[in-house]
Write a protein that binds this ligand. Structure first.
Ligand SMILES: NC(=O)C1=CN([C@@H]2O[C@H](COP(=O)(O)OP(=O)(O)OC[C@H]3O[C@@H](n4cnc5c(N)ncnc54)[C@H](O)[C@@H]3O)[C@@H](O)[C@H]2O)C=CC1
Ligand SMILES: [Mg+2]
Ligand SMILES: [Zn+2]
Length: 277
């Protein structure tokens, strides 16, 4: 048995047993033991199953996703969105659910060929959908996004979007566009969002962000010039904050929070945090 969570495409839906998670628009089903259920038990519940996907092995046991048409009532269980599992509880289980969500969404959105419109079929032993007419394979979509902490000595640049929880400020982020390097994207996003120039861009680390399919690439950059001008509509407010007087910050498991905590630790001589993958 290999411990931990390993994704796979090798599972056969006709082989009984293993664990299963159930996902609807309301999130994942869970009870007091969490979101993993014995698969055969789950399939006996009154669920409207849209698709079933073998997704991986957890501590050597196969795990399947039951993608549902709608949330239904299962006695003793309730539904919780993926963000709730990200914020608290077992991080490995959150990784299982994050992968399940991305596979479920992608498979649902790639039932038909984007080129000719015919039905696509699952490719055996590969996470891909295939159109025979076009000889076209569609793989799960991952959207690279840059996220950057900009610093100026003891000050850090944080901003808030109108979508954030009230009071919370975070690092700047944005999606890569075709034709850009990671650095090009970072420089463009920072210019667009606050009209500031940066230098000494350093890659720090990455995080899968399955909301719905981002891959966050985290950077540190130093301020090089310009006065903050927040982008209309996108940025409600942006400010330089002294590291000793910070506003409410993003959730502790996010890479945004990690980039901030890492800089604080280095600046103040504290132990460095660990980035949850
Ligand atoms: N894990 C973390 O700590 C954080 C993650 N994020 C994530 O980073 C990503 C980018 O952040 P934002 O500032 O919202 O992006 P952004 O600054 O690029 O603005 C969002 C806009 O980008 C466009 N867009 C949406 N999906 C896209 C895609 N797949 N490719 C290209 N453009 C797209 C839309 O017009 C949308 O309104 C989001 O997924 C967000 O949830 C943002 C901050 C912290
Ligand atoms: Mg942004
Ligand atoms: Zn086609």
């Amino acid at each position: 048995m290999t411990p931990g969570w390993i994704t796979t495409t090798l599972l056969d839906n006709d082989t009984p047993g293993g664990w299963a998670v159930a996902r609807s628009r309301e999130g994942f089903l869970h009870d007091d033991n969490g979101p993993l259920f014995p698969r055969e038990w789950l399939k006996r519940q009154d669920l409207s199953v849209f698709a079933e996907h073998g997704i991986g092995h957890l501590d050597g046991e196969p795990v399947y996703l039951l993608e549902l048409n709608a949330a239904s009532d299962v006695p003793g269980c309730s539904w919780q969105g993926l963000r709730g599992f990200m914020l608290q509880g077992d991080h490995t289980l959150y990784k299982v659910l994050g992968y399940a969500a991305q596979i479920g969404t992608w498979a649902r959105e790639h039932r038909f060929c984007g080129s000719c419109g015919q039905a696509m079929a699952k490719v055996p032993r590969e996470r891909a959908m295939y159109c025979q007419a076009c000889d076209l394979r569609s793989y799960p979509r991952i959207s690279p996004s840059m996220i950057v902490l900009i610093t100026r000595g003891d000050e850090i640049l944080l901003a808030r979007s109108p979508r954030f929880v009230s009071g919370v400020y975070s690092t700047l982020a944005g999606f890569a566009e075709p034709g850009e390097s990671a650095e090009d994207c970072l420089i463009r996003e920072v210019r667009e969002e606050v009209q500031v120039e940066v230098k000494n861009i350093q890659y720090i680390g990455s995080q899968c962000w399955p909301f719905p399919h981002s891959m966050m690439l985290g950077f540190h950059a130093e301020y090089a010039g310009g006065d903050i001008v927040p982008q209309a509509d996108e940025i409600e407010d942006a400010q330089w904050f002294n590291i000793r007087e910070l506003p409410p910050l993003p959730a502790s498991r996010s890479i945004a929070r990690y980039l901030i905590d890492l800089y604080l630790a280095r600046r103040l001589g504290h132990a460095e945090p660990v980035l949850p993958g």
